[in-house]
Design a protein around this ligand. Sequence first.
Ligand SMILES: [Cu+2]
Length: 348
Amino acid sequence: MAITRRSLMRFAGLGAATTALSTRSASVGGQPTESSGSAMAHAAHYSGPVGRVSTATFDPGGFARSWNFSGLAEDRRARHYREVRQADGTLLREYDIVASDRDIEIAPGVFFPAWTYNGQVPGPTIRATEGDRLRVNFLNEGSHPHTIHFHGWHPPAMDGSLPEHQVMPGARFVYEFDADPAGLHLYHCHAVPLKRHIHKGLYGAFIVDPRTPREPAEELVMVMNGFDTNFDADNEVYAVNTVAHHFMHEPVRVTVGALVRIYLVNVTEFDLLNSFHLHGMFFDAYRTGTESARAERTDTLMLCQVERAILETRFRYPGRYMFHAHQSEFAELGWMGMFEAVEARHDT
Ligand SMILES: [Cu+2]
């Protein structure tokens, strides 16, 4: 049976947590329990489907804290990423990116037939310092023509957007350009129909650090995305980093008082806007990350598709802080999570 937006909303919405809490106990004794009462229904803002998505092949939390394949052991990492210091002090950073078709689990038991960069959605985060040279060896092992279109300065031949730029299944292309400007960017497929190629999962974050490094911080990459599971040009599942409600189960750990920096990218297709709202505090937003002067101090930031912002804040108090899209429907369909602020450990 196809999962419609409406049925999934019923499933994942406010009623779902009561279902999650009560059906399992009811199935044991066949009797309603105290957890099925209306009080629980109103305590059910912890909405979400029953069960968990395996993080064995993709871990949204691990994704948030890795770039340039830093999550891999050195020998495996070298297969995807190499860097060579140039005479002028900049780095040549070389990446191997492979497009492939892969079914990914986006909510418990809900598999999406994705098109991926390196088998994951979002694709690997690419990170360089302003002025570095990027060389991206692209191989299309997918079933459709694809490209990699980077946001940033580059020659037209490197744009990956025109019909002649399409890389056919089985073919290769090398994208080479300088990392410029400093800021938070992204990359995505630009084959047509564009909305399908993006929405199927071909996108990733592209961070360009300024030559004078930003202040050290606990850094997180968060990509707001959605999935149209029945191909009606409307999303049934929303998330940050692909897996619905993942950070409700596994809160993002941050340190009380430490500078926390979030690289926030919106790639959501089919909806005009997405947003990021943080409970109990405010953050400084630097739109596109290209200017050092903050644009806004707020608790809610709204982004159109491919808009992005660097967010900085410090958690004042230990405890759990909800964050979610403030399009409430998106939140109920998976784009909702928690931070857990913990006191710094003093081992000495
Ligand atoms: Cu494509």
